[in-house]
Design a binder for this molecule. Structure first.
Ligand code: 13P
Length: 237
């Protein structure tokens, strides 16, 4: 079966009730042929679920705890995200690996918890600039895949750390090379997204690269017009 083209917006720690309402108002009433998913802050999931569903836009969290429930103040369970209407959750984003010291083993445990709750985990991998400059990018990313991706229905997002929020994207050749390597590791069924400064102006060439099944979009996903322009580029490929 062909892999579904998927454009995921990662709102990170941005947004408010008013912003979410403005965002929804900027979406078309009918569903796109491209799968669209908003990964919102946990506090906005309940508000967005009934608003996005009629427009055919999916919803996801940005993190979950590896345990199903328990005494873990401030954390969010995968089961609660699912209960509130999410069907996806990002795990192992480089900002969480950096800010919270998340290891591959923890990311894998979170992905397993997501699958157990019926969510599709979007598992992020990617090298730092120092790792790329030293020629270690492929080895680093392959090790992250080996240690943070469990078996099951998962999505993998390749996000070179140095391309996130910097306006710098990997070259199309670098993306194609990394995605070819990833395809060999994850198999034909698993969707592979690229993330890192994807904008309306560069989406078409990135999404045309072999083995790129969609994008994980940060900054440009906060504006519905920009996000939809990226989705349009995905449709046109
Ligand atoms: P930017 O699109 O803002 O570079 O963010 C990418 C990202 O981290 C998505 O998860």
């Amino acid at each position: 079966m062909a892999r579904q083209t998927t454009i995921v917006g990662n709102w990170k720690m941005y947004g408010s009730r008013a912003m979410a309402e403005r965002f929804v108002a900027g979406l078309p009433a009918e569903a796109s042929a491209v799968e669209l998913v908003v990964c919102a802050p946990a506090g906005l999931i309940a508000l967005l679920a009934p608003a996005l569903a009629p427009r055919g836009v999916g919803l996801g969290g940005q993190d979950c705890h590896p345990h199903a429930e328990g005494a873990h103040t401030g954390d969010t369970s995968a089961a609660l995200l699912a209960d509130l209407g999410a069907t996806y959750v990002i795990v192992g984003h480089s900002e969480r690996r950096r800010d919270h010291g998340e290891t591959d083993a923890l990311v894998r445990a979170k992905a397993v918890a997501a699958l157990a709750a019926g969510l599709t985990p979007i598992i992020c991998v990617g090298e730092t600039l120092a790792e790329r400059d030293s020629g270690a990018a492929t080895a680093v990313v392959a090790a992250q895949i080996a240690c943070s991706v469990p078996p099951g229905d998962v999505v993998v997002a390749y996000e070179p750390v140095w391309a996130i929020g910097t306006g710098r994207t990997a070259s199309v050749q670098d993306i194609a090379d990394m995605h070819a390597m990833l395809r060999g590791l994850v198999g034909a069924e698993t969707r592979l997204l690229y993330g890192g400064s994807v904008k309306p102006g560069n989406a078409a060439e990135i999404l045309a690269a072999a083995n790129v099944d969609g994008a994980l979009v940060g900054g440009a996903s906060l504006n519905p017009a920009e996000w939809l322009a990226i989705a349009a580029a995905a449709l046109a490929r």
